[in-house]
Design a protein around this ligand. Sequence first.
Ligand code: DGT
Ligand code: CA
Ligand code: CA
Ligand code: ZN
Length: 572
Amino acid sequence: MTNAEIAAAFEQVADLLEFQGSNPFRVRAYRNAARTIEDLPEPVAKIVADPQRSLTDFEGIGKDLAEKVTTLVGTGSLPMLQELLAEIPESVLAILRVPGLGPKRAAVLYRELGIASLDELREACQSEKVRALKGFGAKTEAAILQGLDIASEAQRRILWAQADEQVQAILDHLRPCPAIEQLQPAGSYRRGKDTVGDLDLLAVAKDAKRAMDHFAAYPGVADVLLRGETKMSIRLGTGLQVDLRVVPAESFGAALQYFTGSQAHNIVLRSLAKSRGLKVNEYGVFRGTKAIAGRTEEDVYGALDLPCFPPELREARREFDWAQAGALPRLVELGDIRGDLHAHSTWTDGVATIEEMAAAAKQRGLKYLAITDHSKRVAMVNGLDAKRVRRQWAEIDKLNARLKGITVLKGIEVDILEQGGLDLDDDVLAEADWVVASVHYGQNQPREQITRRVVEALQNPHVSAIAHPTGRMLRQRRPYEIDLEAVFKTARDYGKLLELNAHPVRLDLDDVACAAAKNHGVLVVISTDSHRVDGLGAMRFGIQQARRGGLTKEDVANTRTWTQLKKIVGKR
Ligand code: DGT
Ligand code: CA
Ligand code: CA
Ligand code: ZN
């Protein structure tokens, strides 16, 4: 079982317990464990198999949960989860995950109206039965209907980071197969799209049958959907569909190009080929019946006098214009990043101390790390008031005196208040090295109001950047109604930065917005918003999104040294 699968099982247990009205601490314990496991940098199965190590060493995993993990790894199922599922119809689980609903409200719907499926829920909302329930109302009903749309979309696509975990596991399974000579994932996964519909794998094999037998034997397979001579489709237990195509070596590059897509990119490519009297398809590039390229992607693009576009750019946006002008941007890389400018600590909702975060950042080769804990408005996580943040900064000064090779920056994630203005006074903010401002409350305000709040925050001389500027959370929450054009213009006029939050659920700014920021002359800062040391690993997801937006090293602020960056933010 992959970490994602184990985490999903725990999440399910938590959902079902909450649905039943269990003790909140018990529910929380399962959720925390799920998060810990999801964020582990190595497979849980490996830790379980190692007699020298114990799962109880990890945050939030006690003896009981460790035993449950061992059971899951060993048997692939959890008796406790089976018992819960026997008591509650499984279709209820889908309702629990409707954004804006949650287990408590779902339980009311189940008890009062007998709603046990998404279809029943939609119908109850449409016939206005839900608004009549105590504690619901017309607004909630509308929000549930919107949530239903998001949920049905979400059922079809998964986060890139989740896809990545499953891809790596499948590749690990396939690589040892002696029949397979070449192997590459293609499709939206290879293009680094923020969500992935299904996986497309390509292989060259000495023996297609043996390769497919090996594929079918992957332990994660739930169903074989289709099996032909050269193509096979399976569905994993996670619900993800995976297509494997076996192609001849002389067509591998052409197939990789074709199945990487995007479809829109391929359409442009085909028409360019046609205008030169050539034909391009998944077998190769042809002049008449003669194949002139196909073995590698470089050959395929080369035959059309085109550069081998980085997969992230293949969306038929600007890439062909750039290629024609000989000005394909050199995209930013993970190795270009020198610092991380959004991270939390145990002072608020992080689970690692400042020193632990700094050590982990240093180990990743970073030269600076801004600690940006929440401000007091976020009372739920014990947000910092002026007194506590000054105490934290005094501690950071002391810590910096001891640390070598990394600088901890005195930062704050200051809330942009519902009615406008910032959650901490200017004299406090003036003492910070780095200030990110963000919206956490009043996210449903009308466009003009929420835009004004963010624009005014950018105008504050002490604010360095806006965190997660649109507030979107993939599969969970739509972006605010914010006018990004106005935000870009203000950021440019006031010399401020905008964040690309690298958390795989956020990726906010998204690729298109990154490109727009660049067009407006606004620098983007890629930050992980880490709440634990492993969270720093999310930087690669942000890099990928930035690359999709065509950003170069110069376009990304935190490829600079802190000394250089300080001049740009230049508030003092
Ligand atoms: P996804 O799976 O929805 O995240 O997106 P993709 O881009 O992986 O799309 P998919 O899996 O349908 O197809 C993989 C690639 O195959 C796609 O990017 C372009 C290529 N392709 C070539 N011809 C077609 C076609 O007629 N329809 C589609 N859908 N894809 C095609
Ligand atoms: Ca796909
Ligand atoms: Ca596909
Ligand atoms: Zn944050």
